[in-house]
Ligand binder design. Structure first.
Ligand code: 5GP
Length: 181
């Protein structure tokens, strides 16, 4: 029988990716990034909070000369003229001329990555690519936000665990669980 978790208000989550599935996925993505970025001294940028566990596993599996840093982003709905995403903590690294790889937990509508990629290009990055542990292609609104390095494409389901939260909780669950219909 599938492993299940009980959420609030009678919600039930069912195991979707096991710890072994996750290890396999991370190792495959790491090999692809390693092959593409060897000799390019990339700067990895982990988008907090959700991506920190994926970033920790992924980064340790990429044995090339590189740096990693962390950002926290604030998203706006609606009326802002400066874009829909703002850096809550400033980026200390000079990204001019750098090959940047964004590490994201999940790309859903792609809004966050669309605006953040745009911001990094305006700051002078030489290239900006995205790796997302999970990707919901059916929800994507911005084609340019399709991640170059996808761990796994999933249907439009709410998922938690492996860094992803449910109202702030569940990030420490080592497997990924999906909300049952
Ligand atoms: P986007 O800007 O692509 O619509 O949204 C990306 C962000 O939404 C992710 O970084 C994540 O914080 C949140 N998100 C989207 N789908 C899910 C999901 O299924 N589970 C959780 N926990 N967060 C999600």
């Amino acid at each position: 029988m599938a492993k299940e978790l009980q959420g609030t208000e009678g919600r039930v989550f069912e195991e979707y990716l096991s710890e072994d599935d996750i290890k396999g996925i991370v190792s495959e993505v790491a090999q692809r990034i390693t092959a593409d970025y060897e000799g390019r001294n990339p700067l990895f940028i982990c988008v907090l909070n959700g991506a920190y566990i994926y970033a920790a596993d992924l980064y340790r599996a990429i044995p090339i000369r590189s740096e990693i840093t962390f950002v926290r982003l604030k998203s706006y709905e609606g009326t802002s003229t400066t874009g829909h995403v703002e850096l809550v903590t400033p980026l200390r690294e000079d990204i001019k001329g750098r090959d940047v790889v964004l590490i994201e937990d999940i790309v859903d509508t792609g809004t966050t990555m669309h605006y953040f990629k745009q911001m990094l290009c305006e700051m002078g990055a030489k290239s900006v690519a995205v790796t997302a542990f999970l990707f919901k292609p059916e929800a994507l609104l911005y084609p340019d936000a399709e991640p170059e390095y996808v761990g796994k494409s999933i249907p439009r389901k709410f998922v938690l665990g492996y860094g992803l939260d449910y109202d702030g909780y569940g990030r420490n669950i080592p497997a990924v669980y999906a909300l049952k219909d």
